[in-house]
Design a protein around this ligand. Structure first.
Ligand code: NAP
Length: 287
């Protein structure tokens, strides 16, 4: 048995601050504008939206919240998106998820101008990522943050066995493509996966985006693995908890993200980068 050496803690807060530091100089001289469409009053969404808008404002990016009642009609929402698409002053449009049950998110996401789609959820952008063209696409923010966190550990992705848990469009699926493009051999697990423990034990890079607190036991982690915990759940006590049992996992992993303070801040940082990228892609398309 190896002597107990605690893992490198991947400090997402610090890494995000480093990313954000580079942004004001790139914003300078340009008018960037983020439009946020929020439907209803989901308490977590209100906090996320406020964080994103505050961060943007701090960096010199203007923002406006288009806040609709829970029972807003699809027609009204689509009409707002059409107006934002047509407004040349709007750089980025973000439809905050989840939407109320009555609205099919695809009906809104498919209508956002792909060049303003800063969450990377339009089929055009997903298609570009599928093709492996990350430069021309707007890519979901959380997977970009995860890749940055893995790379910050100093561990090379190429040739590794990577396990992505969770197959959502906003995290798991795009991340599995990005890891594959970087030369990892990727398994994409979900609720129907048989023998999750066995999959986890063989993963050299493990990313969990499930939202089930503490589901992944620390002693399932392969010694020396890089562990990125995207999951964030609020316990009855008010404490935020990831999918991975942090205290035991950090005794086996080479590197691990904490919750909170890991993936969350990186997601916001990469949203800011996506606003800059959207602006650049729009300028290129006008040439
Ligand atoms: P989601 O749409 O809720 O999907 C959850 C995924 O986990 C699904 O693919 C589901 O499988 C899978 N799953 C559920 N239970 C499972 C189990 N017992 N074993 C294996 N797989 C299981 O997920 P999401 O929106 O990607 O969010 C996932 C978590 O990440 C949530 O806690 C969310 O709050 C967090 N999150 C954090 C950030 C951040 O910036 N920190 C950003 C986004 C999300 P099926 O497909 O088979 O149902």
């Amino acid at each position: 048995m190896r002597p107990s050496i605690s893992a490198l803690i991947l400090n997402g807060k610090q890494l995000a601050a480093d990313v954000l530091k580079t942004i004001p100089s790139q914003v300078q001289g340009q008018k960037l504008f983020l439009a946020v469409v929020l439907v209803g009053n989901n308490p977590s969404s209100l906090i996320y939206v406020s964080n994103k808008m505050k961060t943007a404002n701090r960096l010199g990016i203007e923002t406006m919240l288009f806040h609709f009642e829970e029972d807003a009609s699809l027609e009204d929402l689509l009409s707002e998106i059409e107006t934002l698409n047509a407004d040349p002053a709007v750089t980025g449009i973000l439809v905050q998820l989840p939407l109320p049950q009555s609205i099919n998110p695809r009906e809104l996401l498919d209508m956002v101008d792909p060049l303003k789609d800063v969450d990377g959820l339009h089929p055009f952008n997903m298609g570009m990522l599928y093709e492996g063209d990350e430069n021309s696409a707007l890519i979901p923010c959380t997977p970009q943050g995860c890749i940055h966190l893995i790379e910050s550990s100093g561990v090379s992705i190429e040739g590794k066995k990577a396990l992505v848990m969770g197959r959502s469009l906003i995290v798991g699926k795009p991340l599995s493509l990005m890891l594959s493009s970087r030369g990892a051999t990727v398994t994409l697990a979900h609720s129907k996966t048989r023998d999750l423990q066995k999959e986890i034990e063989s993963a050299q890079i493990l990313i969990s985006a499930i939202g089930n607190p503490g589901l992944i036991k620390g002693d399932w982690i392969q010694e020396g693995a890089v562990v990125i915990d995207v999951g964030i759940s609020k316990l009855d006590s008010g404490q935020l908890k990831g999918d991975v049992e942090f205290e035991t996992a950090k005794e086996r992993a080479f590197a691990i993200t904490p919750v909170p303070g890991g993936v969350g801040p990186m997601t916001v940082a990469y949203l800011m980068k996506n606003i800059l990228k959207a602006n650049k892609l729009q300028q290129m398309s006008e040439r």
